[in-house]
Design a protein around this ligand. Structure first.
Ligand SMILES: [Fe+2]
Length: 545
């Protein structure tokens, strides 16, 4: 047996993943255990913090002891980072990060006593991202593109995965970074850096990309050699920084739109270069920028590749899995691509029922759970849906989801109120895979909700809650063979309404990670206007009066 524990801890979204003999047995983000969104602050001072609970759970899930681990693969290589100078306060304490990463063996031995820490392997940050895409994808060969804020000295990797080997063809060095520019604009617009970039993407669809288009084109461009430049921009000269408590107006949306469209154009240029260099017909993507589903959709529609596959945990959390896969591959192990993102914690029926009994809540066990939930949804209910193992990555994919009826336009406001979200934030549909092409344009299988598609005009009126202002929707296609219970629920909803689409958003409230345990699901259910909770095979109903 060869067991590899992958660890991401260096910047944000700490996570752990366990790959044994090439099989991914477990992968989870620390925030689901600690209940602290994104796990920790993305500052050098926190680089020592390991995803202790996620690591321990991975071992427990597989029935392993720390001494059974052959390799710990850590997704950052301090040898690639600039050496710390005599004063660690230089350069925003960057040297402290490197020093902490060198101390990881000591921190690991405290967290997991018995672990053979001499078997720690540092994996270059972007190689870890790349492996989470090309090794984890269900394609034997691919071009691979990684874009994020930063790794050790770069913000990008372009390469090719073939015959079990990753060839790195391009790596754009810092300070040029598309991810950091997106973070800058995120902070400038009053959102949380390294966290709320998807809000900028949502705001962009309301804006005019031409207003600041030339400014972004002047400063951001592909360089024709697989890389790009991002010259410093004075954002305040374009738009005053957003003040707390102020609303978002046209000029903010225009800035977001200018940035978003330029990002898409540069990604297309990078993809064309990669396709010409590799001749591959599939591209796999990872890095936080690959969570930009609007850019992904444009790459799929206009780019040179026949297929685009995106790692569902494309942000730094996914580097735990990628580091483990890279280390396993280096040892000659063939990794099996996971066929699901549901790699986190799951609960036996008995465990769930014990939680319900402890809460002394009335509950039932319907013979047809999918039908019971579909009836409630069609009748206007908001449903908490807690099934199977939790998702690895930021999207709820039918395991820790809040569901409602897409026919009712008011459900957008209801969901945003439950979740305490801004009014411009869209909610997304899940759809039966076989019905998706008749409802949305240009559909390819999209089980991880990482692409947007235009809603066909004849369907806009039928599913108004999920149609974004620009006529698109960020869809999850559900293949009943992969997700039988979610598929059965969608089919049951279609039998009742004629609509094979249900609204799916993550099961959490504002600022909190998704619920992970049955208890957290009950707490979230009790704290907001959620009408019904499908907790494993059991159903709890909100009683009025
Ligand atoms: Fe990263």
């Amino acid at each position: 047996m060869a067991a590899v524990l992958g660890v991401n801890a260096v910047f944000h979204d700490p996570a752990a993943a366990l790959v044994v003999d090439g099989e991914t047995l477990a992968a989870a983000e620390e925030e689901r255990f600690s209940r602290r969104k994104h796990g920790k602050e993305p500052v050098p001072f926190s680089a020592w913090e390991l995803p202790v609970d996620a690591m321990r759970w991975c071992l427990e899930h597989a029935g392993l002891e720390p001494g059974d681990i052959d390799v710990v693969a850590y997704s950052y290589d301090p040898d690639l980072a600039p050496p710390p100078g005599p004063d660690v306060t230089d350069d925003g304490w960057e040297g402290l990060r490197t020093l902490y990463v060198r101390r990881v063996p000591g921190f690991l031995s405290t967290a997991l006593p018995g672990l053979r820490t001499e078997r720690l392997e540092y994996v270059a940050h972007h190689v870890a991202h790349a492996a989470s895409a090309c090794v984890a994808a269900p394609h034997a060969t691919s071009a691979v593109l990684v874009l994020d804020g930063r790794g050790e000295v770069a913000s990008h990797l372009g390469g090719r995965w073939r015959d079990g080997t990753l060839d790195v063809l391009a790596a754009q060095r810092l300070p040029h970074s598309l991810g950091l520019l997106y973070e800058e604009v995120t902070a400038h617009l009053g959102f949380r850096r390294s966290s709320d970039e998807y809000k900028v993407m949502a705001l962009a669809s309301y804006g005019d990309p031409d207003r600041f288009g030339s400014a972004f084109r002047e400063h951001v461009a592909a360089t024709g050699d697989g890389g790009f430049v991002v010259r410093p921009m004075d954002l305040a000269a374009l738009v005053p920084a957003h003040e707390p408590g102020e609303g978002w107006v046209d000029i903010h949306a225009d800035l977001a739109a200018g940035l978003q469209v330029r990002l898409e154009e540069v990604i297309l240029d990078l993809a064309r270069w990669l396709q010409a260099r590799t001749g591959e017909d599939t591209i796999t993507l990872a890095g936080g920028v690959a969570l930009n589903c609007v850019a992904n959709a444009r790459l799929a529609a206009e780019g040179p590749f026949d297929r685009v596959w995106v790692q569902p945990a494309a942000g730094d959390a996914g580097t735990a899995l990628g580091a483990a896969m890279a280390a396993a591959t280096r040892r000659g192990q063939a990794c099996t691509p996971p066929d699901t993102a549901a790699l986190g914690r799951g609960w036996a029926e008995g465990e769930i029922e014990a939680v319900l009994k402890a809460a002394e809540l009335p509950y039932e066990r319907p013979t047809d759970l999918a039908g019971t939930v579909a009836t409630a949804l069609a009748g206007g209910a908001v449903v908490g849906w807690f099934q199977g193992r939790s998702e690895y990555g930021p999207r709820a994919l039918g395991h820790r989801s809040l569901l409602c009826d897409p026919r009712r336009p008011e459900n957008l406001g209801r969901m945003n109120a439950i979740k305490g979200r801004e009014e411009f934030r869209p909610i997304a549909p899940m759809v039966l895979a076989e019905r998706a092409p008749e409802i949305f344009d240009g559909v390819q299988p999209s089980p991880y909700m990482l692409f947007v598609h235009r809603v066909r005009p004849e369907w806009e009126e039928r599913i108004p809650a999920v149609v974004h202002v620009d006529g698109t929707a960020r869809i999850q296609t559900v293949d009943t063979a992969d997700e039988p219970l979610v598929g059965a629920m969608l089919r049951a909803f279609e039998r009742r309404t004629g609509i094979p689409v249900v609204v799916n958003t993550s099961f959490n409230t504002a600022g909190r990670p998704m619920v992970d345990t049955p208890q957290q699901a009950l707490e979230c259910f009790g704290s907001g206007p959620i009408d019904l909770l499908a907790l494993g095979p059991f159903v709890v109903r909100r009683t009025s009066g």
